[in-house]
Write a new protein. Structure first.
Length: 499
């Protein structure tokens, strides 16, 4: 057994009436990648916040190298050697890479001024440890998310970290970028670092983790060697019951190939963003949109929803060409969009769950047709029940919910408008396996009732299991289209340009 670096025991934390953690614990060892697993709302984020000083536990203790610590702020935790990289990269995209790596701890010259030469030299040295060779004087925002994620890890390692906590680090990365990140993590593990890895991707857990701790409803279920815990047993431990995946054909039969097209993209494109392409979305159909990050998937969704203006082609609704000058036009036509970036483009964190759910329906009605409080509460409670949103009270601010429950609130907002076309951009990103099944089942139920669904995902298994057809984009062009019975291999071949 390797030496224990960090030990947490009996951690408890309440937020008002909500019990986030109750007697939970965790043990991290040197030279080990340890996965922390659980459903959305199981207490993973709260555990991280307690370990990093973002919150103070109501009870319990934390030990680092055998001594009790009580970090009151994230800076305290950093000084102790606990560094964290979050799902959303919390760096300043308007600063250079070097400035981001040393912000708050710039080396100074004898005159007390920032020594920019040492900043650049130190930045290159930090990135070299991760085998990353980029221009450190370029603005961070000019690099893709994968590079920004690596820079965030480099910054975390630059404070002599003993413990590295990674919260959903792969949620915005494609498969090649995930492999590169895992190679870096294995190298850090071999150097003796204790790594806590939080993810909802089960295959990634088994690809890189040595040990797994499972939380459920704020309590510790157990700790297991990854090699001794089959994936089905892990899912059962997380959920407390068996979860059987369900696909489109098991739930509602064959693809609605003869259904009329609700929306058609005819030569739709935008210079520098998306090459002109054709696509149909039929009533009662789940149309998958696959491709790597940057392939044009989100850009296509933005054109269809009126967030961006196309400069070629047109959109037809029920066969008639329409002009979308604003998202309000799309909402008026019965379109709905759940964006990929739920925190910045979806959820209004300061508003309650109730207010978030009724937001789009109220906006569509205008300021002169306000929904009664009883109607708002009825809608909110109904969707909390239908989608299994874990919240003690519908008046709870949405920003206090776990990421998966925020995703469900966002989905509820648009389902409340009863849309004809529902566009879902990475709806299962950061969602646990049980919540993922619940959302998929709801999508299939809605499609079975005639709703047209455009489902965008980087997860090939989701596309092939859920969708009636799959359109694949590559390098901002339509690479091809596949039927419902296609295999993941065929999607990969189109993405890679091999077919």
């Amino acid at each position: 057994m390797r030496a224990v670096v960090l030990r947490a025991e009996g951690l408890c934390k309440r937020f008002g009436p909500t019990v986030a953690l109750e007697g939970a614990g965790l043990m991290l060892r040197a030279g080990e990648i340890h996965a922390l697993m659980g459903q959305n709302g199981a207490g993973k984020s709260t555990m991280i916040r307690l370990l990093t000083g973002a919150e103070t536990p109501d009870a319990g203790r934390i030990e680092l190298d055998g001594r009790n610590i009580a970090p009151a702020t994230p800076l305290d935790a950093q000084r102790e050697g606990i560094s964290t990289v979050y799902q959303e990269v919390n760096l300043c995209t308007n600063l250079t890479v070097a400035e981001n790596l040393f912000a708050g701890r710039y080396p100074r010259n004898r005159a007390g001024l920032i020594d920019h030469a040492r900043v650049r030299e130190g930045a290159r040295a930090l990135l070299a440890e991760l085998h990353l060779d980029i221009d450190v004087e370029r603005v961070l925002g000019s690099y893709p998310v994968a590079v920004q994620q690596m820079v965030a890890i480099a910054r975390a390692l630059g404070v002599s970290a003993r413990v590295l906590i990674l919260d959903e680090p792969t949620s915005s990365l494609d498969q090649n970028e995930v492999r590169e990140l895992f190679a870096v993590l294995r190298g850090l593990r071999d150097r003796g670092l204790a790594i806590l890895f939080v993810t909802h991707f089960l295959d990634q857990v088994y690809a890189v983790s040595d040990r797994i701790t499972v939380l459920r409803n704020g309590r510790l279920v157990g700790e297991y060697p990854a090699a001794d815990l089959p994936q089905s047993a892990l899912v059962s431990a997380m959920v407390g019951r068996d979860v059987t995946p369900v696909g489109a054909r098991e739930l509602r039969g064959d693809s609605p190939a003869d259904a009329p097209a609700v929306v058609e993209a005819c030569g739709l494109g935008r210079r520098g963003v998306l090459q002109p392409m054709d696509m149909q979305i039929r009533a009662g159909e789940v149309l998958g949109l696959g491709g790597l990050l940057g392939s044009g998937r989100t850009e296509l969704a933005r054109l269809i929803f009126g967030l961006d203006r196309a400069d070629s082609g047109c959109i037809r609704v029920d066969g008639a060409a329409i002009e979308l000058r604003h998202p309000a036009d799309a909402v008026g036509l019965g379109f709905a969009l759940c964006p990929e970036e739920r925190k910045t483009e979806g959820i209004v964190a300061g508003l309650s769950v109730r207010e978030n759910i009724v937001l789009a329906l109220q906006a569509r009605g205008g300021i002169w047709h306000t929904l009664s409080r009883d109607r708002q509460e009825s809608l909110a409670r109904n969707f909390v029940d239908v989608l299994g949103i874990k919240v003690a009270d519908i008046e709870t601010p949405a920003g206090l919910l776990s990421g998966g429950n925020q995703q469900k609130v966002l989905l509820a907002r648009w389902l409340a408008t009863n849309p004809r076309l529902l566009i879902l951009d990475e709806p299962t990103r950061g969602i646990d396996v049980a919540a993922r099944q619940e959302i998929m089942a709801e999508i299939l139920r809605l499609a079975g009732e005639g709703m047209a669904v455009l489902f965008i995902s980087t997860e090939l298994e989701e596309l092939t299991r859920l969708c009636d057809r799959i359109v694949v984009l590559r390098e901002r062009c339509k690479a091809g289209e596949l039927p419902a019975d296609c295999e993941e291999r065929q999607v990969l071949e189109l993405i890679a340009g091999q077919a």
